[in-house]
Design a protein around this ligand. Structure first.
Ligand SMILES: Cc1cc2nc3c(=O)[nH]c(=O)nc-3n(C[C@H](O)[C@H](O)[C@H](O)COP(=O)(O)O)c2cc1C
Length: 180
């Protein structure tokens, strides 16, 4: 299989990480790949807030969990018996991605950017998980730690690290194509 396709088919949402830091050069490379995503009207709306301090990550995670816990049962693949961190899963790197509030295409752009980042990470030997719950940080007083400009909002976080599990593939629905 061609390498890019192999990367696409082997990426998983990983929720268990080795206690191993990620070199800044790799993080920079992953962000550079994110920047290469297409964006509506080439606005490149993304901004990246990178956290690598374990204590800070744990404290943000705890604050988010207080709000997000009522939704845990809806989430696919989360399992509280396997981790004490149900938001960032003790990953060594968290990248919050924001976009301007007034950009109607931002959610799609951020999705494209994030997927680029996750595939880049995979091809560099790292694993990731997109964390939508990260947006609840905005409902806590710890949002001030990101010092976001008033016109920006949190869209998603990507956690990155050396995976310590190999999740099975979730079979994909295949009855969703209509050839016209
Ligand atoms: C927009 C988005 C938000 C997500 N948010 C979370 C999250 O907050 N916590 C989590 O554990 N997984 C989250 N996921 C991961 C999905 O649960 C996961 O991608 C899905 O179960 C398919 O598994 P796979 O990525 O291994 O193929 C999110 C995925 C996406 C695309």
């Amino acid at each position: 299989m061609h390498e890019p396709l192999k990367t696409i088919y082997t990426r998983r949402a990983v929720r268990k990480y080795k206690n191993q830091a990620v070199d800044k050069k790799l993080i920079d490379e992953i962000i550079a790949a994110g920047r290469m995503a297409p964006s509506a009207m080439n606005r490149q709306p993304w901004k990246f807030y990178v956290l690598t301090d374990r204590k800070q990550i744990e404290s943000l995670s705890a604050a988010i969990a207080k709000i997000a816990e009522k939704y845990f049962h809806l989430s696919h693949g989360m399992d509280s018996s396997r981790t004490t961190d149900m938001i960032f899963y003790h990953a060594p790197v968290v990248i919050f991605i924001t976009a301007p509030k007034d950009n109607e295409w931002a959610a799609i752009d951020i999705g494209m950017c994030s997927q680029n980042m996750m595939l880049a990470a995979k091809s560099l030997g790292l694993d990731t998980c997109p964390v939508g719950f990260a947006k609840y940080l905005a409902q806590t007083d710890k949002i001030s730690q990101l010092a976001l400009p008033a016109d920006e909002e949190l869209k998603l976080a990507i956690i990155i690290g050396f995976g310590d599990e190999e999740p099975a593939v979730h079979e994909r629905k295949k009855d969703n194509v209509r050839w016209l």
